[in-house]
Design a protein around this ligand. Structure first.
Ligand SMILES: NC(=O)c1ccc[n+]([C@@H]2O[C@H](COP(=O)([O-])OP(=O)(O)OC[C@H]3O[C@@H](n4cnc5c(N)ncnc54)[C@H](OP(=O)(O)O)[C@@H]3O)[C@@H](O)[C@H]2O)c1
Length: 339
């Protein structure tokens, strides 16, 4: 390691003084918590096989532009746990003095460790998993703890009881759920309300290509005063110009292939993407920017949770906030393409 790099590494990070100049913050449902219109997720690009400096740059760039919310989960990696461990290292070096300016979330619900206690929704799993996450990240508490997916075989009372217990233990300030259907969300919200720990937020997949939330979920959360944070808003990179001229070597579909495979990106899909790209250009935006703006036009969406493989990408995505307005005519054109 060169002396200069060592110096940069030890001096620590001084965030931009203007970090709150341009970002807007939305209220999470009917809670007291404000979230930035754009949040950053650590699902990809923060594992032990990824470039640590790049990961660190992404988070520093995020905070410099007012992105105060970092989203993790127990099993983000690879390997599982690696994103939390790397985050812990970066937090200690760069963000510790700014803990009270940050909203850090993690989750449990998918497979994490072998045997019957490292998956799904038991009290045993959730409590043990959060304890492990806190250790990996070097934190005393997370701001939001999520149940990551519904568990059809554990009573909802037990899973929600575990979330309530976690808040009472001081290990999380708020709780949320992810990927729950509209019906299950209403049931979970009712149990949590009774326990005295309201459901803060729902984290569903939502983007132009996957609109299941429009079929009841958004109405349910609005009714219950729950916020919404939309994950994979760019459909893992499909809703950008990335795949319009082939499959770049360093793209998620080619480089990673775990959750996005090349054969999932069909010719028909890319025809739609091209048409959307043309509309975005006519608005003076990149397609990534328009895809984010399209989600934020709905005030029930508290925040859009993007991923990024570089700081430059994140800066590009954040420019979406410069133009969130859509004419009725443009919305209809988009609707026609998406049908
Ligand atoms: N609750 C859940 O079950 C769940 C599930 C999945 C994700 N999440 C959360 O949501 C977060 C975001 O998910 P995601 O990474 O799938 O989000 P995404 O924003 O849909 O996709 C991110 C990818 O799109 C590409 N990209 C981003 N900005 C770009 C730009 N401006 N121009 C061109 N390409 C751009 C990059 O792909 P390349 O790598 O190809 O460059 C990047 O890795 C995750 O980190 C996680 O926190 C939650």
């Amino acid at each position: 390691m060169s002396n200069i790099f060592k110096a940069v590494n030890t001096i620590g990070y001084k965030p931009s003084k203007d970090r709150y100049a341009n970002m807007k913050y939305r209220r999470t449902g009917k809670s007291g918590l404000l979230l930035p219109e754009i949040s950053i997720g650590l699902w990809h690009n923060f594992g032990f096989t990824d470039d640590f400096k790049n990961a660190r740059d992404i988070l520093k760039t995020a905070f410099n532009i007012g992105i105060t919310h970092f989203d993790l989960a127990n099993n983000y990696g690879p390997p599982y746990g690696a994103a939390e461990s790397n985050f812990g290292t970066i937090f200690k070096r760069d963000f510790k003095p700014f803990r009270d300016e940050l909203i850090i979330s993690t989750k449990a619900g998918w497979d994490m460790w072998p045997g019957p206690y490292g998956d799904l929704g038991s009290r045993k799993y959730l409590i043990a998993s959060l304890d492990q996450s806190l250790k990996r990240m070097g934190l005393d508490y997370v701001d939001i703890f999520y149940h990551h997916r519904p568990d059809p075989n554990t009573p909802l009372e037990e899973t929600m009881g575990a979330l309530d217990q976690i808040v009472r233990q001081g290990k999380a300030l708020y709780v949320g759920i992810s990927q729950y259907s509209a019906d299950d969300t209403l049931k979970a919200a009712k149990i949590l309300k009774k326990l005295g720990t309201p459901c803060l937020i729902h984290q569903p997949r939502y983007n132009m290509m996957d609109r299941w939330v429009e079929d009841g979920l958004l109405d349910s959360i609005e009714k219950e005063g729950i916020g919404a944070i939309a994950f994979s808003p760019l459909s893992q990179g499909i809703l950008t110009n990335k795949y319009l001229k082939g499959f770049p070597k360093n793209s998620r579909a080619v480089k990673d292939g775990r959750y996005l495979k090349v054969d999932q990106i069909s010719k028909e899909m890319l025809l739609k993407v091209k048409k959307l790209h043309d509309i975005a250009s006519s608005r003076g935006q990149s397609l990534a920017q328009m895809a984010i703006a399209w989600l934020l036009k709905d005030e029930r969406i508290t925040s859009v949770l993007v991923g990024a493989s570089s700081a430059e990408q994140l800066l590009d995505s954040a420019k979406a906030l410069d133009n969130l307005k859509f004419s009725e005519e443009t919305l209809q054109k988009i609707e026609k393409i998406l049908q």
